[in-house]
Design a binder for this molecule. Structure first.
Ligand code: NAD
Ligand code: MG
Length: 396
């Protein structure tokens, strides 16, 4: 059931927004909310990797000041398609950073993977509001990002549904009263599959998530449960809790998006449909709220909400992420980079599903964790882990 009126309640003043990764799943949902409320938003910049057709379509509809395509070979195509519109066009990795550097006061960071790090950091350094979907940024450069966020007075609004849920129910006035946070996980498409059966699953099966409609990389991460491992590290940096205070609980219906447990025994949770437009709307309107055109929760129709402990034997990614978080330094950077390469290897048919976690484990064993003192350190470790994981994915 969709609510009758999809008209969003206008915000107090127009917000100037930039959407990094506007053509992806999170990007399109963000554009959808913005388009339903045109008086509330002005668009500074939109960026995409290779999908010129969708970027052009979005740019023509939203009228940003700048449209950027990361793949430089598509520059001519973009320029021609937007000729005469008055929209500036640019291409390449530096142009992504330039887009993030433009004077928006709200930036959606929705590029997938470590490719989002430099542009997200550029937005952080402008001290504005960052709606953070790109969890890999916090995983690969967590403590540096947190320090930059504090130094520049940026506001991070978590978009990942679990972290958005915690953000909504965390009583920041009483940090000592928080006992632990509980990240819920759907368990992905292979929740009930044996390890033996997992050996033969195809990319199509892995990408078909039971509850959420997402990009390919995060869908595979959900299937291995590495997504929850990345979210554990993300939660640690966002909310400042140590690893033992972050629990993971499988909840197949994806209705309870996460919970905070307090010292008096209270547990506060945020519930909703598995539709990313709710957390995105929360970040877009924060500190107010706006109407979002999502199906309303009908608990009587759902009937039952169930919970179970995750199975560490069938989903070793959870153990690897906990180990990386405890090791600290560059270990999460290695975990993230090796995982990105292994997921690409799986999606392109070079390696089997179970090999993803194996490659991540081998990378963590082979590359010693070291302190990360600068972005250069992050980039160097990231490259080293990618090279090793590529080597391992090619079977050599
Ligand atoms: P997606 O693959 O659908 O979209 C990714 C976007 O990033 C696209 O616009 C693409 O053009 C751009 N992009 C990809 N590679 C790039 C590169 N090398 N340089 C510049 N731009 C590049 O991914 P998504 O599902 O929208 O996820 C985006 C981020 O949000 C990820 O970090 C993901 O973990 C996170 N996230 C997504 C969801 C979801 O429901 N989709 C939920 C929570 C968190
Ligand atoms: Mg999530």
């Amino acid at each position: 059931m969709e609510v009758a009126s999809t008209q969003l309640r206008p915000l107090a003043a127009p917000r100037r927004v930039t959407v990094l990764g506007s053509t992806g799943s999170i990007g399109c949902n963000t554009v959808d909310l913005i388009e339903r409320n045109p008086e509330a938003f002005e668009i500074e910049a939109l960026t995409a990797h290779q999908n010129v057709a969708l970027l052009v379509d979005q740019a023509r509809r939203l009228g940003p000041r700048l449209a950027v395509i990361a793949d430089e070979s598509r520059y001519g195509e973009l320029k021609e398609a937007l000729a005469g519109t008055g929209i500036d066009v640019a291409a390449g990795r530096e142009a992504l950073v330039e887009a993030a550097d433009r004077p928006a006061d709200w930036v959606m960071a929705a590029i997938v993977g470590a490719a989002g790090l430099a542009p997200t950091l550029a937005a952080v350094r402008r001290g504005v509001s960052i709606a953070l979907a790109n969890k890999e940024t916090l995983v690969c450069a967590g403590s540096l990002m947190v320090a930059e966020i504090a130094r520049h007075g940026a506001t991070v609004l978590p978009v990942d549904s679990e972290h958005n849920a915690i953000f909504q129910v965390l009583e920041t006035r009483h940090p000592d009263a928080v006992e632990r946070i509980v990240l819920t996980a759907s368990g992905g498409p292979f929740r009930d599959l044996s390890r033996k059966a997992m050996a033969d699953v195809t990319p199509d099966q892995a990408v078909a998530h039971p509850n959420w409609d997402m990009g390919a990389k995060i869908s595979v991460d959900s299937a291995t449960m590495m997504n929850k491992g990345l979210e554990l590290i993300e939660a640690h940096h966002l909310f400042g809790l140590p690893e033992p205070q972050i629990e993971i609980l499988v909840h197949p219906q994806s209705v309870v998006h996460s919970m905070v447990s307090y010292i008096d025994g209270s547990v506060l949770a945020q519930l909703g449909q598995p539709d990313m437009r709710t957390p995105i709307a929360y970040a877009l309107a924060w500190p107010a709220r706006m109407t979002a055109p999502v199906d309303r929760l009908d608990l009587a129709a759902i009937g039952q909400l169930t919970f179970e402990a995750p199975d560490p034997d069938r989903f070793p990614a959870l153990r690897l992420a906990r180990q990386a978080l405890c090791a600290g330094g560059s270990a999460p950077t290695i975990l993230n980079a090796a995982n990105e390469i292994a997921v690409q290897g799986f999606l392109s048919g070079r390696i089997g599903f179970l090999k993803i976690a194996e490659i991540v484990e081998q990378a963590l064993e082979a590359i010693p964790a070291a302190a990360l003192n600068s972005l250069d350190d992050v980039q160097q470790v990231d490259r080293e882990a990618r090279d090793l994981a590529s080597h391992l994915s090619n079977g050599s």
